[in-house]
Write a protein that binds this ligand. Structure first.
Ligand SMILES: NC(=O)c1ccc[n+]([C@@H]2O[C@H](COP(=O)([O-])OP(=O)(O)OC[C@H]3O[C@@H](n4cnc5c(N)ncnc54)[C@H](OP(=O)(O)O)[C@@H]3O)[C@@H](O)[C@H]2O)c1
Length: 320
């Protein structure tokens, strides 16, 4: 029987359980995909941690949340095994990337055909399954902060899943990129075209040293008070600071808040539009999807523990 991983209660990764379910059937406008790789994202454990209890009820479905227990796994890649009656342009056996989707921690998923993109032949399964959520989030943040050729942009959390995308995409836009990360990740960030700086006390001065002409925009993928404070100190225009995570303190700062909470910009359109170009860039090798580790589906809880503890740069991926 096909398997699915679901939280059985709110809590820590111990609440995740593998259960057997029938193979799902495709809706008329959708497909069924045999999952080969499902990207692991912090939102997956936040969904069952209780952290999102305050999320606006109307937005819960968009974030993959139901009123009972949330489904987890918002992106994957795999092989099409059933095609709905009204679907054109996708065939059985096609290798595809699927996002957005819900319940991708599974052997099979159903998805509307609007979420399905052909996987470039040269892109590995793990990379394909982990491209989209981080990639679309990074594009949204760079758009929100208006990052372009003339800018020096400060990327907080540059070695994270979103950060590695943000760094590469900002460099591709022609911006000068200063990225915060633990020292062990600096060689990688230099390789991707950024100037790395260590986060922690004295960050603002280190950034000034790395960017003598100043910082014109900031994207916060770390969500720390320090990232907020340093962005406010160094970027003159608060509308050129975009944050995807962090404490309620951000709400009074007059910066751009991106996500699914009340008063935040979900960026539905910009993220949807970004998907085609992300697939193309990843397929051509212009955009690298770095994979830190892969786990069998049954070890999803272990993957979440690694995510919570901090890990090597790159994405964690489940390979059912
Ligand atoms: N709003 C949205 O739409 C949205 C979408 C995606 C993600 N998110 C949120 O964005 C955050 C990042 O996601 P992710 O997938 O990139 O997570 P991730 O892969 O776990 O990366 C987090 C990064 O934070 C860095 N970090 C740890 N402590 C730090 C500190 N004190 N200061 C600065 N950086 C620090 C780590 O860098 P080192 O390893 O170098 O220490 C790590 O690489 C999560 O909170 C996630 O829930 C929001």
């Amino acid at each position: 029987m096909p398997r699915i991983v679901r939280p059985t209660a709110y809590g820590t990764p111990e609440v995740l359980a593998v259960t057997s379910v029938p193979v799902p059937r495709a809706a008329a406008d959708g497909v069924v995909v045999r999952v080969r790789a499902a990207g692991v994202n912090p939102v997956d454990w936040k969904l069952y941690s209780g952290a999102f209890h305050s999320v606006d009820d109307n937005l819960k479905d968009a974030a993959g949340i139901t009123h009972a227990m949330p489904s987890i796994g918002l992106e994957c890649a795999g092989v099409v095994t059933e095609v709905g009656a009204e679907v054109t342009g996708v065939d059985m056996g096609d290798e595809v990337i699927v996002h957005p989707v819900t319940a991708a921690y599974a052997d099979y998923v159903t998805a509307p055909v609007t979420s399905v993109f052909r996987k470039p032949a040269g892109l590995g399964w793990a990379e394909a399954g982990a491209l989209m959520l981080a990639g679309t989030t990074a594009v949204h943040a760079l758009e929100a902060a208006g990052v372009g050729t003339e800018d020096t942009v400060l990327v907080h959390g540059g070695s994270g899943g979103v950060g590695l995308m943000g760094v590469q995409l900002a460099v591709a836009r022609g911006a000068t990129v200063i990225a915060t990360a633990a020292e062990r990740n600096h060689p990688l960030l230099r390789d991707l075209g950024a100037t790395p700086v260590v986060y922690g006390p004295g960050l603002a001065d280190r950034v000034r040293g790395a960017a003598p002409r100043g910082v014109t925009a900031a994207v916060d993928f770390a969500g720390t008070d320090e990232a907020l404070d340093v962005s406010l100190e160094l970027v003159a225009d608060r509308q050129r600071i975009a944050s995807i995570a962090g404490s309620p303190r951000r709400e009074e700062a007059g910066i751009k808040l991106l996500g699914y909470g009340p008063g935040q910009d979900a960026g539905t359109e910009v993220r949807a539009i970004a998907r085609h170009a992300l697939v193309e860039r990843a397929g051509s090798g212009e955009l690298r999807v770095l994979v830190a580790a892969t786990y069998p589906l049954a070890e999803a809880a272990q993957a979440h523990r690694a995510g919570l503890a901090g890990h090597a740069p790159g994405k964690l991926v489940l390979t059912p």
